[in-house]
Design a protein around this ligand. Sequence first.
Ligand code: C2E
Ligand code: MG
Ligand code: MG
Length: 722
Amino acid sequence: MIQDERAKAILQHLAEAVVCFDRQGKIELLNRAAEEFFGYSASELKKRDIMALLSKHDTTEASFSVSSLITFDVGKNSHVVRDLIGRRRDGGICHIDISVRELELEGIALYVGIMRDTSERKRSEKELNLAAKVLENMGEAIGVTDADNKYISINPAFTRITGYLPEEIIGKAPALMASGRHTSEFYQMMWESINKDGQWQGEIWDRRKNGEEYPKWLSIVAVKDSGERLQNYIAVFADLSDRKAADERIHFMSNYDALTGLPNRELLHDRILQATIAAKRLRKKVAILFLDLDRFKAINDTLGHSIGDLLLQAVAERLKGCIRSSDTVARLGGDEFIVILPDLPEGAHAAIVAQKILDAMAVRFVIRDTELTTTASIGITISPDDGIANEELIANADVAMYRSKEIGRNNYQFFAPEMNDSAYERLTMENNLRRALEREEFVLYYQPQVNSATGRIIGAEALVRWRRPGVGLVPPGMFIPIAEESGLIVTIGEWVLMEACRQNSAWQREGLSPIPVAVNLSAVQFRQKNLTEMVADALKETDLDSRWLELEITESGIMQNAEAAVNTLHLLKQMGLKLSIDDFGTGYSSLSHLKKFPLDKLKIDQSFVRDITTDQDDAAIVAAIIAMAKSLKMRVIAEGVENKGHLDFLNSNGCVEIQGYYFSRPVPADEFRKLLMQGIWNITLCEDCAHRPRPMSGPAISKDECPCVQCIYSIKDADRRI
Ligand code: C2E
Ligand code: MG
Ligand code: MG
């Protein structure tokens, strides 16, 4: 037992917890620090087993016992047992290391254990472990350098992104990875910020071990010790190349045209804006060249869209070849391109580029072994002279382009304000029509042709209307002339023909009595080389027998190219179609002249019919037309027959085929179907419509049931009255 009181006092005041125990582990003594640490008083533990202070099971060694504490290596009389888990009186546990030393006191072996609480260290070790795990598994790369900015540690993501293994980079400076894309000022500013603020972050381009350059988002922190001395730099970075590629793709898709790779409408507006702002500052001019390929549609239609697309790509390449790098060529859509020439000293200089473009286009294109020629029409506006706003500049260039088309295509025109009035309106209309075609806004109405002697429907004329959103039903007179000028009538006409044949075929399949449907052909269509094939295709596709199709051609349509017309008409006639001459009397052609054309029918123009009851001249003309048609063995029909006076005059002159409001206005297909089912008009009348025809047979009827077309349609919406 410890005799020396002084030694005992010292022991009591030691900061370390001390426990003495004998060979069996019986506690002989513990100091105050140990009492405090374990929460027991010394007397409570006296002669208790030291194992009471330890958690046997929680020790790292499974077979831990007193002997583990007092077994020393040969030649040593002390050892440290680590990683024990102590158990306090309140059940709380703590991590401890015990350093044990053997003493001999009065012939008895005693063991002195000095204990150290390692809980704190353990916790920080655990945290460090965790931190290391996080660093290991982080997607972001981490590189730690020393105060001299040489790598001392990197994580696996660092290797994954840069390609450098730890052994290849440790001891080296980050400059090893520099791409050379940034100036020395850039790095200087970066280091200034790190030194001043202790950190920097931003996008930077570096080079991987394989030489590939890549962008990364880098943040660097300077780590200092408590004495403000620099210890390390920690750099954390993420590879931006994937994100950059995706961003670039999105940027490309929203700003560039997918087919040609040229800037699209969006980017074009941006460029024009930039150019006009810069030009204003520098007192220069900007030219906007609006280019439209001539007859591109024909190429597209005859050779197919894939050839059309390849041609557009080739045109884009040629255009790029005509301009300087500071100029822009963009695709507006379809076959329309815009060239921006910024900073011109004189607007007139744009003519040089325009001519260069026309010359470049004049060289034949070879697309998939096919030689193609296409010319272009160009309109030019100059900013600020012709406008400031983008829309105005483009619209004016468009008008000027339209003018170059008008004067024969394959040339350029500078915009002049007087071009605007009618051309602009026409242009908007043309664009709207193009859109209407795409959006299928056209519909067909049908007007019955009646034999007034029998009251039977003997045919129908298909008349196109444009169901224009927000406007209503637009009559053909308002858009056919523009469609003819722009050539759009070819596509519209093709649709009309196909739709009329389809409808007629459907009525026949339904079992309704077959009638011919008359379709109007514009002179432009009549000149198309593939007209006969187009008609044959429509009949074939809709499975309509050719005798149920009639084509209406105007006098001018035939006379414009009489030689070719004879051939075409003969071909059509041979196919079994009926041919009629529309608006007869307005074209000043003599009947005998028309004799050489294989025509079946004359349609007397409504302008003569309108006044037959009041104007003697018109009455005489109409009577003469009827008589001559008969002598030429042609059928004759009068259009624009609006009242009984008209009808009586025509009948008395031997014209019984009648088309006009007197019988019916043009009506939608489903309404016409009802007329076809009813089939017949009679001269006996319902009470209300005493002056109008009604069905030949059947009992007396009320107005509601009256099949008189006027009665039926007076109840329906005004739409149909067009
Ligand atoms: P059109 O071929 O001479 O057609 C007859 C026109 O006279 C139609 O006008 C018809 O609604 C109108 N009409 C019929 N009966 C009467 C009547 O009793 N009184 C009056 N005042 N008018 C009557 P719509 O439908 O406005 O067509 C006008 C012209 O547009 C047509 O004259 C035709 O030249 C052209 N058109 C219509 N559809 C087509 C088409 O699909 N293709 C082509 N190329 N032209 C078409
Ligand atoms: Mg007609
Ligand atoms: Mg007509």
